[in-house]
Unconditional design. Structure first.
Length: 262
């Protein structure tokens, strides 16, 4: 392995570690239950991945299992706003193929490759020349894809780039899980205390509202558990989901008791 390759891999590892720390900080310090925080976490992954690997654009797709297609959860680059209005059928385009197969792909001369989603590329006026795409796994299930476009300098994406982007995809899955868990925690706390959504979404309310402070403390506890490993994270999620189902059933039962007889 050449010295330049070793330096590149070492630099990528350092950036991934910094991203992991940033995600942890953002997850615990962010506004609990805020969808902006959730989106920002994913933007950080795509932006940092593109910066480290040296790509001009990128996107993170999530699988919609009901519609059997991919949505653009995050997009960066010159045509980011335009491309986010599209949905990608599973198996269509490079991202659709990666999500369907669970196998990463690196494409050179993408403009001439029939696997490219040329309908989307032509519609937004941006046809990439090189593409790198990896699947996004949650456990053993594909939940989306992470894609970078046009490596700077006209170079091809390498095997080392694919490995590094796979690590970023793993961090995206972790961020998704943590963000959704924190949102569920805030929702559980609101349901159990009767706190309105707006109170927890107010930045100033984190210091002044008792329920908000409790939500932040509880979210930090969940974060601490989640960092211990997959087994602990799964157990924590199972407990939270069980509690949420109990609260929903209790709420539904109360509604039936108070509803007028017809």
């Amino acid at each position: 392995m050449s010295g330049d390759t070793e330096q590149t891999i070492a630099r990528q590892a350092q950036e991934i570690e910094r991203l992991r720390d940033a995600l942890s900080l953002a997850a615990t310090a962010g506004i609990i239950g805020s969808p902006v925080t959730h989106t920002r976490l994913l933007e950080m992954i795509v932006e940092t991945g593109a910066h480290v690997i040296g790509a001009q654009a990128g996107a993170l797709f999530l699988l919609d299992e009901v519609e059997n297609d991919l949505t653009f959860e995050v997009a960066i680059g010159s045509q980011a706003a335009e491309v986010k209005r599209f949905r990608v059928p599973l198996g269509h385009g490079i991202a659709g193929i990666v999500a369907a197969s669970g196998q990463a792909m690196a494409i050179a001369d993408a403009g001439e490759d029939p696997r490219l989603a040329s309908d989307i590329a032509d519609s937004v006026g941006y046809v990439p020349q090189t593409v790198l795409c990896v699947p996004l796994f949650y456990g053993d299930r594909v939940i989306g894809a992470l894609e970078l476009l046009d490596k700077q300098g006209g170079e091809r994406f390498t095997a080392a780039d694919m490995e590094a982007l796979g690590l970023f995809a793993h961090q995206a899955a972790v961020a998704l899980q943590l963000s959704r868990t924190y949102q569920n925690v805030a929702r559980l706390l609101r349901e159990s205390t009767g706190t309105a959504d707006e109170q927890l979404d107010e930045p100033d309310g984190v210091d002044g509202d008792e329920a908000s402070r409790e939500a932040l403390e509880l979210a930090n506890l969940v974060h601490e558990i989640a960092r211990q490993g997959d087994t602990e994270r799964a157990a924590c999620r199972s407990i939270l989901l069980g509690f949420a189902e109990y609260l929903r059933a209790r709420s539904a039962g109360a509604d039936q008791l108070t509803s007028p007889v017809r």
